[in-house]
Design a protein around this ligand. Structure first.
Ligand code: GDP
Length: 206
């Protein structure tokens, strides 16, 4: 099963800036999205660990970059949620700067998982992340979250519309942390990225 790897996740460290991050070796995949998009719930569901990433009813509170080890070589990263109105502007700028630095400088970063609430249109910052991933040559996978809140046909329409309008992006799928919809697809996609990265490192060593 493609999600087994993720059940091994264990908390590694929280970083307030890139200099506090773990050594930039191996490979990592970062989860990002607006506050309240369902990022913590998705990480908890993927790793089958209810308390791994803190789900919070006060969005915008978790302002650290959290690193989780899967094994010696592979990590998941929980980036601070962005775009929550109650976070003061100065804090927003501070975090955008640190996020930007992380995204630009981290050589072990191989891909981004962007979470967008399936009931809403992507916002400018979401689109900026999509552009950024493309420019940086990173894998990008978009989760249209909370799909259980829509009917089957509404959620299919949301996915269809997203894929039609954002044709240039890597891949996207419906996801529900509540029902588990799309869990295997997510696990399979991320495992595939890790496998490709590890395979190409092998090639470099030849
Ligand atoms: P984060 O701020 O992006 O980490 O979002 P959270 O994971 O904390 O989720 C925000 C809110 O949405 C919480 O009240 C969650 O219980 C709820 N939520 C998250 N994922 C789902 C889902 O798949 N279905 C439903 N119905 N609610 C969800």
């Amino acid at each position: 099963m493609s999600t087994l790897l993720f059940q091994q996740a264990s908390f590694l460290t929280s970083a307030a800036n890139v200099s506090q991050a773990p050594a930039d070796r191996g490979f990592e995949i970062a989860f990002c999205g607006r506050s309240n998009a369902g990022k913590s719930s998705a990480l908890n569901r993927l790793t089958q660990q209810k308390g791994l990433a803190r789900t919070s009813r006060t969005p915008g509170r978790t302002q650290l970059i959290n690193f989780f080890a899967l094994d010696d070589d592979r990590r998941l990263v929980d980036l601070p949620g962005y775009g929550y109105a109650k976070v003061p502007q100065s804090l927003k700028q501070f975090w955008q700067q640190h996020l930007d630095h992380y995204l630009r400088s981290r050589s072990s970063l191989i891909g981004l998982v962007l979470l967008v609430d399936s009931r809403h249109e992507p916002k400018p910052f979401d689109l900026a992340m999509i552009d950024w991933a493309k420019t940086a040559g990173l894998h990008l996978h978009v989760l249209l979250t909370k799909a259980d809140k829509l009917s089957k046909s509404q959620s299919q329409q949301a996915l269809f519309r997203f894929q039609r309008e954002r044709r240039a992006i890597g891949s996207s799928q419906l996801f529900s942390a509540t029902s588990g919809l799309g869990l295997n697809e997510l696990g399979g996609t991320l495992s595939g990225w890790f496998e490709t990265a590890i395979g190409s490192r092998g090639q470099d060593l030849l």
